[in-house]
Write a protein that binds this ligand. Structure first.
Ligand code: PEP
Ligand code: MN
Length: 369
């Protein structure tokens, strides 16, 4: 169905580029000193090819640090001259593109909030037409694969062939362990639909906490992603944006040394075989089921506390009968048997009652039931 023009393999993007492509740097360019010291440390690793730094920051709420703006572009030029690293920034408007080109920025990425807007993407594509600098398209904030592919197509349609996708996860409405839900199955789906398109992981925005960045990066490598974009800051707790998820140099270096690039090293260019692809999709769905069961249990506990305070009994038969009835009806529409839904729900219900009983008694259940 998709008809992309020729996509240039990563290795041809520019001379000396490393595979897998490692892009690293601060969430935001804050000062000249911060950008330069970051770049110098990153250049020493020999694995990082590109420094990232946000110059204009899309903030969800007004009043936060909105980026250094045009002045920051000069700092990035110093990075190029003094370290040899390439430099990448986010662009969200044609004016950003114009300034980026004027200041010799090597690569641009499209942020998650921008990818979600086809009007903006169309304008950016027009502004980038006939430039030939690589364009990296982050997934949109919502898990809409057509919107993601649509944005990639819009850039490709104007002749941009140095293109890649960046997987940064999807906004979760429910509280979850990670800042953004990876939905690996969706990224895998993108890769199977556009096999030639390089896929880069952004473990920082998926994790949201520095302790979890390596785990996500490793998972991406195990799935044969073509690169990583990681947020690194000289002193993360003082960072003006995304301070919880940025790594300091030591942490970043440690991560690079600990990551196991085994699969990529074998030169396995086939993404994954069919069976593995499906298994990866199942793993991702199981992870989401567990997260949802965890969220459900937190609500059960809240009700338990309410019942304890108001002195209400735990089991309310009418409610349970209604749950069973509605879930069976819903499950059957999804091709699941009545027996399957019943036994699954009984198990969930039993565990909920047990947890509420503990809350009512004010101690953990020792019954083993
Ligand atoms: C970023 O890369 O710092 C950023 C703002 O990312 P995203 O568009 O993925 O939220
Ligand atoms: Mn960020």
């Amino acid at each position: 169905m998709e008809s992309l023009l020729e996509i240039e393999p990563l290795n041809n993007w520019f001379e000396g580029i490393n595979y897998p492509l490692i892009i690293a740097g601060p969430c935001s360019a804050e000062t000249e000193e911060q950008v330069l010291s970051t770049a110098k440390s990153l250049a020493k690793t020999k694995q990082v090819s590109v420094l990232r730094a946000g110059i204009w920051k899309p903030r969800s709420r007004p009043g936060n640090f909105e980026g250094a703006g045009e002045e920051g572009l000069k700092w990035l030029n110093r990075v190029k001259n003094e370290t040899g690293l390439k430099v990448a920034i986010e662009v969200a408007t044609p004016a950003h593109v114009e300034l980026a080109l004027k200041n010799n920025i090597d690569m641009v990425w499209i942020g998650a909030r921008t990818t979600a807007n086809p009007f903006s993407v169309e304008q950016l594509a027009a502004a980038l037409k006939s430039t030939n600098i690589p364009v990296l398209v982050k997934n949109p904030v919502t898990p809409d694969i057509e919107l993601w592919i649509g944005a990639i197509e819009r850039f490709n349609k104007v002749g941009i062939t140095k293109l890649a996708a960046i997987h940064r996860g999807f906004f979760p409405y429910e509280r979850s362990r990670l800042r953004n839900i990876p939905k690996w199955e969706l990224a895998i789906d993108l890769k199977s639909r556009l096999p030639k398109l390089p896929l880069i992981s952004d473990p920082s925005h998926i994790a949201g906490k520095r302790e979890l960045v390596q785990e996500i990066a490793q998972h991406a490598i195990d799935l044969s992603y073509d690169g990583l974009m990681v947020e690194v800051h000289p002193n993360p707790p003082t960072a003006l944006s995304d301070s919880r998820q940025q790594l300091d140099f030591k942490e970043f270096e440690h991560m690079l040394n600990s990551l196991n690039f085994h699969k990529l090293a074998t030169g396995d260019s086939n993404f994954t075989d069919q069976l593995e692809t499906i298994r990866n999709q199942i793993d991702s769905i199981d992870q989401q089921i567990l997260e949802l069961l965890g969220n459900r249990m937190r609500l059960i506990e809240k009700i338990g506390e309410y019942k304890r305070d108001k002195n209400v009994t735990i089991i309310q038969l009418r409610r349970w009968e209604k749950i069973l009835e509605s879930r069976i009806e819903c499950g059957q529409k999804l091709g699941l048997s009545e027996e399957y839904i019943k036994s699954l729900l009984r198990l969930v219900h039993k565990e909920s009652i047990k947890r509420q009983a503990e809350i009512l008694r004010g101690k953990p259940d020792t019954n083993g039931e």
